[in-house]
Design a protein around this ligand. Structure first.
Ligand code: NAD
Length: 489
C-alpha cells in the first residue's frame, strides 16, 4: 500500500520497510462503523511476527540513536511536511475506518503533524542539566539517552493522533519502535508507515504490528523491549503493568477516565450546555477526556437539563461534515453500552435522551443515539465504569462542596471542568479536583501537543505524554561528573 494506491484487501504488518503478512496466514475482518460493510482484512499477528518486528527495531536502533538529535528532528520535520501534503489521503483513511467526518479526520491529521513539528524542535532542545557539586573541582551534568526498543500500543478512537503521541517522542529520543496498532484502525497505521518511510525514516526504525490485543498486543508486552507505552483501557493497563513490573520494563500508561463537568448555580448555562454536548458526544463520546458525569447544582438543574435535552435532540448523526457525531468503533462496543444502559434503567435510572441503537438509514451502522441518563445512584456499580461512547450521566449537587465530593468520587482522575462566574470557585476547584487536566468554562478535553496529559488514580501510572514530559518516558537520564585536580593541571 502506498499513499496513492487504492486500499488493499489485506492490511499487513510493516517490518523493516516491507509489508509482511503474519506467519499464521490468518486474518481478522475490519468492518465500516458507518454501515457495517466489510472494508478489508488485517493480518492476525502473533508472537513470531512480534519477534521479527522487535528484531528489526533492535537492528535499526543503534544507527538511529547514532544520529544527532538535531538530525533526527530533521527527519521528523520531513514526516510532518509529508503528512500535511497527504492530509486528505490520510483523513479519508481515518474517516473510513472510524466513521467520523472527513473534516474531523483531516483535523486530526493536522494535529498529528503538529506533534511531529513539536518533537522535531525538541531535537534541538534535548537538554540535560548542569549541576553544582559540593566537591571542589567537580563538574556535573545530565544527558538523556534512549532506552532502545519502544513497544507502543494504542486505541483506535483518534488513531493518527494516538500514533503521533507516542511515535514522535519515542523517535526523537533515539529509540526504534514497534507499534501494535488498534485492530479497528489498521490502515491508518500502515499509511502512516509508508508516509514516514517516503519522508526518509530509515528502515526498521518504525515497525507496525497488526492484530488482536490479546494476541499481538500481549506478545509485544512480553517481548524483549525496553519501554512500553500503552494508551487504552484501565483493565488492560493493569495487566500490562503486572507483566512489565515483573521484568522492570519502563512503562507509561494512558488509561481511561470518568470525567466530571460541574455546572454551578452562577454558570453561563448556554455555554455550559454547548461544552457538555461537545465533551460528551463529539467523536461519539470516544475520548478518554469525554465528560461522562455532569454534576449540576440543584438551583439550576431543571433549567440546565431542559436546555441540554433540547440540544441533544438537535444533534445530527452521520459521517458527513454537517454531522455532530458518528458511530462508535465496533458492534461489540455498541452492544456492551446498550447492555449497561438497560441494566441501569432496571435499577431506576431515567433515560432523558437516546438509550437506543439508531434505526432507519443508520440501522446497519454502529450508531448509539446520544444518551442522557439521570437519577443514578452514585454508588451504582456502573457509576465508576467508563463506557467510551455517547453516554453521559447527570447528577444533582446541593452546593459547591457536594459537587466537589461527587467530582472526586470515582477511581479515575483524568480531566475535569467547572462552569462558574466565580474566580474563587474556579481557583479552589482547580486545586482540589483529582484530575490531571482542569478546564474552566470549557469542556473536559482539548489537549495540545505541548501540554502534558495524564491522570490521577486509575487513569494512568503517573507519566505524562506528550509535551516535554513525554521525553521523560522515552529516555533515561545519565549523570556525568568530571573531577579536576590541581596537581594534573
Ligand atoms: P483496549 O484497552 O481494549 O485496547 C487498546 C489497545 O490495546 C488496542 O490496540 C488493543 O488491541 C490492545 N490490547 C488489548 N488487549 C491487550 C492485551 N491483553 N495486551 C496488550 N495489548 C492489548 O481499549 P479500547 O477500548 O480500544 O480503547 C478505549 C480505551 O482507551 C478507553 O479506556 C480510553 O479512555 C482509553 N484512552 C486513553 C487515552 C489517554 O490518553 N489516557 C487516550 C485514548 C484512549
Amino acid at each position: 500500500m502506498s499513499v496513492n494506491e487504492a486500499m488493499p484487501d489485506l492490511l499487513r504488518n510493516w517490518i523493516a520497510d516491507q509489508e509482511v503478512p503474519a506467519a499464521s496466514g490468518e486474518t481478522v475482518p475490519k468492518l465500516s462503523p458507518h454501515d457495517g460493510s466489510h472494508l478489508y482484512n488485517l493480518t492476525r499477528s502473533a508472537r513470531l511476527d512480534v519477534e521479527r518486528a522487535v528484531s528489526a527495531a533492535r537492528a535499526a536502533q543503534p544507527a538511529w540513536a547514532g544520529l544527532t538529535a538535531v538530525a533526527r528532528g530533521r527527519v521528523l520535520s520531513g514526516i510532518a511536511a509529508a503528512m500535511r501534503d497527504h492530509e486528505d489521503d490520510m483523513g479519508r483513511v481515518v474517516a473510513r475506518e472510524t466513521g467520523k467526518s472527513l473534516r474531523e479526520a483531516v483535523g486530526e491529521v493536522r494535529g498529528a503533524a503538529q506533534l511531529a513539528e513539536f518533537f522535531a524542535g525538541e531535537g534541538m532542545r534535548l537538554y540535560g542539566r548542569s549541576l553544582q557539586s559540593g566537591v571542589p573541582g567537580k563538574y556535573t551534568h545530565t544527558i538523556r539517552q534512549p532506552h532502545g526498543v519502544a513497544a507502543l500500543i494504542v486505541a483506535a478512537n483518534t488513531p493518527i493522533a494516538n500514533i503521533a503521541w507516542k511515535v514522535f517522542p519515542a523517535l526523537i529520543c533515539g529509540n526504534a519502535a514497534v507499534l501494535k496498532m488498534a485492530e479497528d484502525a489498521p490502515a491508518t497505521a500502515l499509511l502512516f508507515a509508508h508516509i514516514a518511510a517516503e519522508a526518509g525514516l530509515p528502515a526498521g526504525v518504525l515497525n507496525i504490528i497488526q492484530g488482536l490485543g490479546a494476541e499481538a498486543g500481549q506478545a509485544l508486552v512480553e517481548a524483549t523491549v525496553d519501554v512500553i507505552s500503552f494508551t487504552g483501557s484501565t483493565g488492560v493497563g493493569r495487566r500490562i503493568a503486572a507483566s512489565a513490573g515483573e521484568r522492570l520494563v519502563r512503562l507509561s500508561l494512558e488509561l481511561g477516565g470518568k470525567n466530571p463537568l460541574v455546572v454551578c448555580d452562577d454558570a453561563d448555562l448556554d455555554n455550559a450546555v454547548k461544552w457538555t454536548l461537545l465533551s460528551a458526544f463529539s467523536n461519539a463520546g470516544q475520548r478518554c477526556a469525554a465528560s461522562s458525569r455532569i454534576i449540576i447544582f440543584d438551583a439550576v438543574y431543571d433549567a440546565f437539563v431542559e436546555k441540554l435535552v433540547a440540544g441533544t435532540q438537535l444533534l445530527k448523526l452521520g459521517n458527513t461534515d454537517a454531522c455532530d457525531l458518528g458511530p462508535v468503533i465496533n458492534e461489540r462496543q455498541l452492544m456492551a453500552m446498550l447492555a449497561v444502559i438497560d441494566e441501569m434503567r432496571g435499577r431506576g435510572a431515567t433515560v432523558l435522551a437516546g438509550g437506543r441503537r439508531l434505526d432507519g438509514a443508520h440501522a446497519a451502522g454502529f450508531y448509539l443515539a446520544p444518551t442522557l441518563l439521570a437519577d443514578i445512584d452514585p454508588a451504582d456499580p456502573h457509576a465508576d465504569r467508563e463506557l467510551f461512547g455517547p453516554v453521559t450521566a447527570l447528577y444533582r449537587a446541593s452546593g459547591y462542596e457536594a459537587a466537589i465530593r461527587l467530582a472526586n468520587s470515582t477511581s479515575y482522575g483524568l480531566t475535569a471542568s467547572i462552569h462558574t462566574r466565580s474566580v474563587d470557585r474556579a481557583v479552589d476547584f482547580a486545586q482540589r479536583v483529582r484530575a490531571g487536566t482542569v478546564n474552566v468554562n470549557a469542556g473536559t478535553y482539548g489537549s495540545e501537543p505541548h501540554y502534558p496529559f495524564g491522570g490521577f488514580g486509575a487513569s494512568g501510572n503517573g507519566t505524562r505524554e506528550p509535551g516535554v514530559e513525554a521525553l521523560d518516558v522515552y529516555s533515561e537520564t545519565k549523570t556525568i561528573s568530571f573531577l579536576v585536580e590541581a596537581a594534573r593541571l
